[in-house]
Design a protein around this ligand. Sequence first.
Ligand code: MRU
Length: 345
Amino acid sequence: MEIKTLEFKDEKLYLIDQRKLPNSFETFVCETYKDVDFAIKDMVVRGAPAIGASGAYGVVLGAKEYKDLEKKDFLEKMEEILEVLNSSRPTAVNLMWGIKRMRNVIEGNKELSPKEIYEKLKEEGNKIAKEDVEINKTMGEYGNTLIPEKATILTHCNAGALATVGYGTALGVIRSAFYSGKDIFVYADETRPRLQGAKLTSWELVKEEIPCKLIPDSVAATLIRDGKIDLIVVGADRIATNGDTANKIGTFMLSVVAKAYNIPIYIAAPISTIDFDIETGEEIVIEERDDEEVTHIQGKRIAPEGVKVYNPAFDVTPNENITAIITEKGIIKPPFKENILKLRP
Ligand code: MRU
């Protein structure tokens, strides 16, 4: 079953509106770069590779709007658009990576007319989207080599088709194992506060009839202690060159328990999630989101008025807690620094 998280057609970007799943399946149509900026900020679309590709298409929509300007004005406007989209969300480096690819297209084609630059940008956006699915499938195959025949797997947040252009990273590994005939079972953390596990990962798993159970986040440690989990696989938003990995809040906590009980924890992420400009996780900007994500559920207040909230969207798992990183170029094992730097594009 194919889930098309995002699709560019008829000069518009069509997104599955992830705020509405699983209760209703709606499409959010972006006609302007501002629509894309909003969609990323409000998490209509989310997940590192998905926002990377959406950001790139946002640049395409920006070029579409301004392609009738004089070249100088067009280039100035494009600079502004690149900046706006680059800062839609701060942690997932795939967004900055996608925007950089679009910037390179603009800079490499300055001699062309705005209309021609627009066409080049569209080609690049389509290339990013196509590559993403291929990369995820390759990653899935590498990751599958780490999955035992009857594995019980724990995952956190949503690193599935919905977090990418298609197929998924961590869920891509799970899909590959399932479709290769392995008798696997998946536990999906609900992933407070936005419930990506409850709303999105379980939606994907149930749709594909992959055996699974949804659990409150606080159940994971008990399952691990009781020997019910063989391995953990999660995605990533940004990986430093020493292997420190930012992912959805709660991943760090899982890694501590996994280490204490000696079960492997794998990160599945494309090379575009590695930030080759930073050495450690301390340099990663962690997004803090609205208090309302914690004080309210489905728009209904559950915490008292006036309570203060701390709501970081991500945490950093230190490299020493990570067993291996699954990429489209193969499986990276420790020593991470040495092995990651070998993959610098
Ligand atoms: O806040 P989100 O939903 O964008 O966070 C998503 C995650 O943390 C994912 O695990 C990560 O982006 C990897 S997606 C393949």
